[in-house]
Design a protein around this ligand. Sequence first.
Ligand SMILES: Nc1ncnc2c1ncn2[C@@H]1O[C@H](COP(=O)(O)OP(=O)(O)OP(=O)(O)O)[C@@H](O)[C@H]1O
Ligand SMILES: [Mg+2]
Length: 250
Amino acid sequence: MQASIIAVMNQKGGTGKTTTTINLGVALAEAGKKVLLLDIDPQGSLTWHLGVVEPPQDLADVFFGDADWQSTFVEKEKLTLVPSTIELANTELSLATHPDRTRVLQKLLTVLRSDFDFILLDCAPSLSLLTINALTVADQILIPLRPEILALKGLDLMSRTVQNVRKTYNPNLKVLGIVLVMVDLRMSITKEIYEYLIEQTPYKVFDAHIELDEKTIEAPSFGTSTLSYAPDSLSSRAYRRLAKEILELF
Ligand SMILES: Nc1ncnc2c1ncn2[C@@H]1O[C@H](COP(=O)(O)OP(=O)(O)OP(=O)(O)O)[C@@H](O)[C@H]1O
Ligand SMILES: [Mg+2]
């Protein structure tokens, strides 16, 4: 087994990165894959979303060499989570003076590659050193995108980021594709943006799109994925379709 590492990334905020990391992760786990989620955002939203409060060890401890991976693991919903807290902001600071500051995560993750099928990285909406670490170790980027005009600007930024990362840190970085999220099919802009993406971007746009769904907004307050909270909701079904499409690519 050699894990595929997928960074869920969009420099724009609030585009469904964390929600997609969790629900895609659970859908892949339901399909029998061994899945690890890494919370690489000092906001700790992924951790909170999965109902983990004040974990004894977290990603920052691994970065600082104070913990091994296994001591951070939280088993949730058929998958494994490495949680984060605001402590991760200190990691960002100390990375700045590290001699090999963009490859710290890459080195740390080597030992885990043979234990999982998929490692999903929930990135912060910024090009911080932590995010650069994520993009340096990632094999692929998955870009969740809301169908709105401003999102296309964000996508331009992402395209430039991908080119720069390929040039400087990770020549093998691929874009797995774009997944449309928070989609309201009643709006004509949705179809227009979908068609624009198909015609104008070099990236795959997944057929599965995640509908705007109340259950997805509610799930984090119960500390669970939407798939566990409301298995038959529109977005749960869509995340399963996305997982299926992704599995067909591997
Ligand atoms: N399919 C959906 N339907 C309705 N609401 C959604 C859906 N997906 C995500 N949301 C809501 O949108 C908000 C932003 O989602 P999320 O936190 O996943 O975005 P993010 O890109 O991780 O944000 P950030 O950039 O701050 O990390 C959240 O309140 C979430 O509950
Ligand atoms: Mg997030």
